[in-house]
Design a binder for this molecule. Structure first.
Ligand SMILES: Nc1ncnc2c1ncn2[C@@H]1O[C@H](COP(=O)(O)OP(=O)(O)O)[C@@H](O)[C@H]1O
Ligand SMILES: [Mg+2]
Length: 316
């Protein structure tokens, strides 16, 4: 991995090359890809969420699909349906858009609860059950969902208890003036010379090997202890317990450890550091921590509580 650029690092720069800024989003997408997790991206429309995921899809092995969520969507629109074939006189299963390696679920909070739970179940199990038959989803299988925070009319907020099916929850804002200028120039240049198809997508073996290596990245006992102390700070008796309605569960502990390992691997290390844990803690933990109503009234959020936890808990 020393003198040659690893194909996954190259994938990261290929995805980033078509974006102004968003280095953190690209890194997080790679972290989730390596850890085998799913990502929820929250942010206003028009900031290149779809663009980023489409670029990622272009360089990944396997097929991809996009699901635009609407209030009239049905679970079968995602999972697939039995269709009667008069020619054969039999029913045949026509797989839905979930049966792809990278699935972009746009505006997930516009999908009705039954669709959301079918999706979240598929994400947790990597399988889909329809009319009593269980079918495996492809490998790799990664969901990137987007959600628009300013839209409330006709939306169905994701159930808080199911948010934690996402390994990472990113929260993005609008770009600065300088970036807006760069976006103008980038899009103008592309109009003159449209980009061709992706050079060579990642081989599925390369991804599997990288995932195995990331899973073997060393977490020292002290670092594991740091992760646990961060999580425990949200539990009764912990630093922010007074503001917490629902504390972080073991799924959060596991998510943070896996994300930290993936980040360390991306940095070319076979051991994780406190900085890996601290860098990923907001995106790995904030959506698993529900503040009390009183705390929300005082302006606290999952994110601000994780920031408080990071300030209160020392790595060693
Ligand atoms: N940071 C950025 N880098 C490159 N292009 C951008 C950026 N922000 C916005 N754009 C451009 O704005 C348009 C909207 O992007 P899109 O991916 O559809 O946004 P979203 O999915 O967030 O609503 C696209 O044409 C994209 O090229
Ligand atoms: Mg979009």
């Amino acid at each position: 991995m020393n003198e040659m650029i690893h194909p996954i690092a190259r994938l990261g720069s290929d995805v980033a090359a078509g974006l102004v800024g968003h280095q953190e989003m690209v890194e997080r997408l790679l972290v989730a890809l390596l850890a085998g997790g799913h990502v929820l991206i929250e942010g206003p429309p028009g900031i290149a969420k779809t663009r980023a995921v489409k670029r990622l899809a272009a360089y990944l092995p396997g097929s991809h699909a996009r699901i635009q969520c609407t209030p009239d969507l049905l679970p079968a629109d995602l999972t697939g349906t039995q269709v009667f074939r008069p020619e054969t006189g039999a029913f045949e299963f026509v797989p839905g858009p979930l049966f792809h390696s990278l699935v972009l679920v746009d505006e997930i909070n516009r999908a009705p609860p039954k669709v959301q739970s079918a999706l979240l179940e598929a994400m947790a199990e990597s399988q889909v059950t329809t009319s009593g038959v269980t079918r495996r989803l492809p490998d790799p299988f990664m969901v990137v969902a987007t959600q628009n925070p300013i839209e409330h009319e006709g939306t169905f907020p994701l159930p808080e208890a199911q948010m934690d099916r996402f390994l990472l929850h990113l929260s993005l804002g609008l770009p600065e003036a300088e970036q807006e200028r760069a976006i103008l120039d980038l899009v103008a240049a592309e109009r003159v010379a449209p980009a061709g198809p992706a050079a060579d997508p990642l081989a599925v073996d390369t991804l599997h090997r990288a995932r195995a290596e990331a899973a073997e990245v060393h977490l020292s006992p002290a670092l594991k202890d740091y992760i646990v102390r961060l999580v425990m700070a949200s539990r009764p008796g912990g630093a922010v317990a007074a503001f917490v309605e629902h504390a972080i569960s073991p799924r959060g502990t596991l998510a943070l450890a896996a994300a930290a390992q993936a980040r360390a691997w991306l940095k070319g290390r076979d051991y994780a550091l406190p900085e890996d844990v601290a860098a990923l803690a907001p995106d790995a933990l904030a959506h698993r921590l529900i503040p009390t109503w009183a705390a929300i009234g005082e302006g606290r959020t999952g994110r601000s509580l994780v920031a408080d936890i990071l300030a209160a808990v020392e790595p060693w």
